[in-house]
Write a protein of this length. Sequence first.
Length: 405
Amino acid sequence: MSDHILVIHRWRDRYALYENYIDHSAHRVSYVTTVLGRQSIPESAAGIVTVRATDDFHQVKQAADTLSVRFGTPARVVALNEGDLDTAALLRAQLGCPGQSPMELARFRDKLTMTELVAGAGIRTPAFADAPDAESVREFADAHGWPVIVKPRRGTASRGVMRLDSAADLGELEALEPEARLVQTLCPDTIFHIDGLWTGTALGPWTASRYVNTCVDFTEGQTLGSVEEDDPELLGPLGEFTAAVSAALGGRRPWVFHLEVFVGTEESGAPRLTFLEAGCRVGGAEIPFIWREVHGVDLMSAAAAIQVGREPALDPVPHGSTGGWLLVPTPVPAPCEVVGTSLPPSSGPAPYATVVPQIGYVMPKVGGYEHVGARFRFRGGTTHEVEKSILATADQFTLDCVAVE
């Protein structure tokens, strides 16, 4: 077997510590990356090819062919960013590499397939249907009522998610480029994200967090935050729900999950949990850093282990520390130049880590949650303490940018 492992990588920051996951002295580890991503590749990389975008399959395939000439056909292809999972699966299929295939990935990337599997396992979901056109959305709303949510069946970072309040809004949908879409009833409950490992037989380490605002709000210019939940009366049902979803989607195969759940309250006072969606990868934003820095557990290492064919092994998440994060969008669309930032001293706990651009920095136009206006990470003893810090920072931080032609 070839000792060549090919990594598709796009992050500039160190979301993934590849040198900790793959022995670069025992394997020839090559990277297909972007100009921005090249900055965080290990010095021990055997080879690097830069492409314009790692989700451009044609470019990545050409880069993989170049690296294969030098190091042999890859034994494994690794991609840890959600935006690169489809590229990696297709590349494995074309190169004959073991690992997750396009068919195996579909249940985690196609939101219609995903929701059908979860609902088929008896897990609560919003009412849903395929939405190939505006007329199908109208028919769905006639049956289930307005408002409805329409979103791409394949998409990341809440791209293209629309709320339609009446038939009068269907024109907004008809004005968009054709794309496979899903329609769902609106669920007004609070959204949580649950991150962790399904071992194939049981729930491994996991954490549950409540969004402060929503991912859709962030696309509309509001801040997006998250605080880990410490209420044991809620964590118990969330753990059971997560195990059920993990088994429904993963079966007996291990997978690292980023699961989003609506959390409401039944008349009895019990939690009402409703599936939103799930990704077969480590959660985005600051989640990989919170796991490593607050809890001392590298969830990304489990994702890498699965992709190189090893059994994932993680220590339990220790009790006693609560993490959280905050993302601030740019006030004007990227590309834009930063002309001012301000974060007055706080009377309470401050973020323990900040990623704030310098004056004069030009924010690139790149999707996802890395290249945003500013990023903050928090730790504390309780959910209440951390949430208070998040809200204070969101209220006090200012970022001024001007558009760049």
